[in-house]
Design a protein around this ligand. Structure first.
Ligand SMILES: [Fe+2]
Length: 316
């Protein structure tokens, strides 16, 4: 790297850290004003039409990236093609790759191509886990229990078949969450950036594999991308919060925010052919009615892939 490049890189680095510097609000206020003024207010503003998932055009990719730069998420809309699921998965991998997403997380329920089928499942491996049921899923970021080296920076959620009733997602950019908390009380941010803020105890999975305890902050600056990372779950069971007044108050504020006090929560029910591509935004899912189909799985099918990368063009 030449001197000029090095200088530019360190200036960008400094500029970014400045937004999240609690001791100096100048950069934060500038970034906050720009973020809030351009943020979408309806999920329809996130939608980008894609002609061919296997070969997205430069213009289509640029439209996705632009939305991800503004809101850390975009919804793509493609022609539903459910007849050949193997081809669809290949197309989705190509689509994600065109947007910089290539390093998939290894997941116990993933197929060899890395995709996880989110559906009502009756097999012993998945039964008992809420994502594979028709019950509501509370607010979370994906992989909040992962170790830092397996941090989930992005995910893709593609709808193959939707539920007859329900199964809607609500979505919230962690950067908006950060802004609301900091505006309320900067001490909330300090508390949630504490390395012991949130602990998920170790868990013995049905396979017998032990998942170690995961302890870490809610908000952190991801050292590989210089961006804000959030790990969070609104579930009350199996989360141990740091025993501290500001942490408790921050958690209560955050819970109220996602429970309905945040006007910039975007709600969207994915329809067949549509998908969410995002830098691991906060999300939840309403319960749904899948009909009473015979067989090992329900009707609703979403394919999910999680990545260690962020969407291209969204890092400094
Ligand atoms: Fe999720």
């Amino acid at each position: 790297m030449g001197f000029a490049q090095q200088d530019l890189s360190s200036r960008l680095d400094q500029a970014f850290k400045g937004r999240f510097d609690l001791s100096d609000a100048t950069d934060y206020l500038r970034w906050r004003a720009s973020k809030l003024s351009s943020y979408p207010t309806r999920s329809s503003e996130l939608i980008v039409e894609i002609g061919d998932l296997a070969r997205p055009t430069e213009v289509e990719c640029a439209q996705i990236i632009m939305r991800c730069r503004t809101a850390n998420m975009a919804i793509y809309s493609s022609r539903p093609g459910t007849t050949d699921e193997h081809k669809l998965r290949q197309d989705l991998a190509a689509f994600a790759g065109a947007l910089g997403l290539g390093q998939m997380e290894g997941h116990r329920s993933a197929a060899t191509d890395g995709f996880v089928s989110l559906e009502v499942a009756k097999d012993s491996n998945r039964r008992g886990y809420i994502p594979y049921s028709n019950r509501p899923l509370t607010w979370h970021t994906d992989g909040y229990y992962n170790a830092p080296e397996n941090r989930i920076r992005a995910f893709l959620l593609h709808c193959v078949r939707d539920a007859d009733e329900g199964g809607e997602n609500a979505l919230l950019d962690p950067e908006i969450t950060y802004i609301r908390l900091r505006d309320e009380n900067p001490a909330f941010i300090e508390a949630l950036m504490h390395p012991d803020a949130m602990t998920i105890p170790e868990n013995r999975e049905t396979s017998g594999k032990l998942r170690p305890a995961s302890r870490g902050p809610v908000f952190s600056i991801d050292p590989t991308s210089n961006t804000l990372h959030m790990r969070y779950s609104a579930r009350s069971r199996n989360i141990i919060w740091r025993d501290d007044r500001d942490t408790s108050l921050a958690c209560a504020f955050l819970a109220d925010l996602v429970a309905g006090n945040e006007p910039l929560v975007l709600k969207h029910k994915l329809i067949p052919g549509q998908g969410l591509i995002c830098n691991n935004v906060l999300h939840c899912r309403s319960g749904f009615d899948d009909g009473s189909l015979p067989g090992p799985t329900g009707k609703r099918l979403l394919l999910r892939a999680r990545y260690l990368d962020r969407v291209a063009g969204t890092t400094l």
